[in-house]
Ligand binder design. Sequence first.
Ligand code: HEM
Length: 362
Amino acid sequence: MATAGSVLRGAWGHRAWTAVDERLGLSGLAYPVPKHANRIGYILGGITFFGMLIRFGTGIWLAQFYHPVPEAARQSIAYIIGDAPLGDVIRGVHYWTANVVMVTVLLHLARVYWTGAYKRPREANWLIGLGLLATTLGLLFTGTVLKWDQEGYEALGHNLEMANLLGVFGFWFSADFAVEFPILGRLYMAHVVILPTAGTLLLIGHFLLVKRHGISALPADADRAVDGGPAPATGGSSFAAHLVRMAGFGLILLGAALAISLVLSAPLGPRPVPGIEETKPPWMFLPLYPLEDWFGLAALLWAPVAGFAALALVPFGDRSPYRSPRRRPIWIALGMLVVSLLGALLVYAMLTVPQAHIRDAM
Ligand code: HEM
């Protein structure tokens, strides 16, 4: 039976909610979404988004102590690890979340590909997604250079090589572009301003289009409708419930990154020694490493360009209206071939000894 207290609390709670909702319109978030939107495969983009928020928050903390000049950069990271309040743990959460986000963004892309969700009318959102993938990789690359250890220094060497390869178009990547300002400072600016701003703008477009089109129907349901069956159901759950689920996974991600950080610090290698090349790149760039061995530095530029161009063409090549994997055997086989190739290159790169590629340039 309700007591006078609980009635009062209920009434107060209701009034408080109404007051907040009247001003912020939160109940507008309870619009219907299909039930399958809460499956893990359809939450991967949301987990990636929460990972971005975690990186943003922890990055602000790290920026209080990081010193982006070559003479002081690595030492300031050593300070973060050893002396800054919560420095080691926050840096760990930033680093491990960035790695997990790379995995979730790839799985999100794989889900969209597997379910043919890039098809009409979502072609533009697929392209925006590719922009998000590029900014994610850009953040990982520039973050690696910022450490200014041997690995970061060699990554910068590759950056300078790309500037050479791109000729006049590579001016921004070249140290000569602004001789008075160390290139480390410009890569830092890219890491904390340019790429996050670009990522945020792309994300706004991505989310607006997800809202505009709604989440894609399950492939089997969509195909039934193509064959003249009933239109797929559009309800079953609400966006508010979806958001709560996304946030739950976001918290699990935060907890996992925190737990890893407590036992495993984010790596920081030795002071860089110019003229030597002895590290391998972080795992997400590792499939490029054998290509660099076999075909030279140009492969580092042209392989990603070709990869992104091929991905960009997918929605325009796969023209059939069907979305189920079994009705798109060629595209699924192509996708699996690419994933197997990347996996094989990754394993091969892990097993080989480091090679020198840019010794002359450093
Ligand atoms: C920072 C990276 C990204 C974030 C935060 C993000 C976020 C999201 C979110 C929250 C959704 C709603 C459904 C879901 O979670 O599956 C979504 C849908 C979508 N995303 Fe992404 N995404 C990112 C990268 C990508 C990439 C790399 C691609 C592909 C190249 C892509 C293509 C799409 C498409 C086509 C949809 C609509 C899918 C559907 O309706 O089933 N996204 N994204």
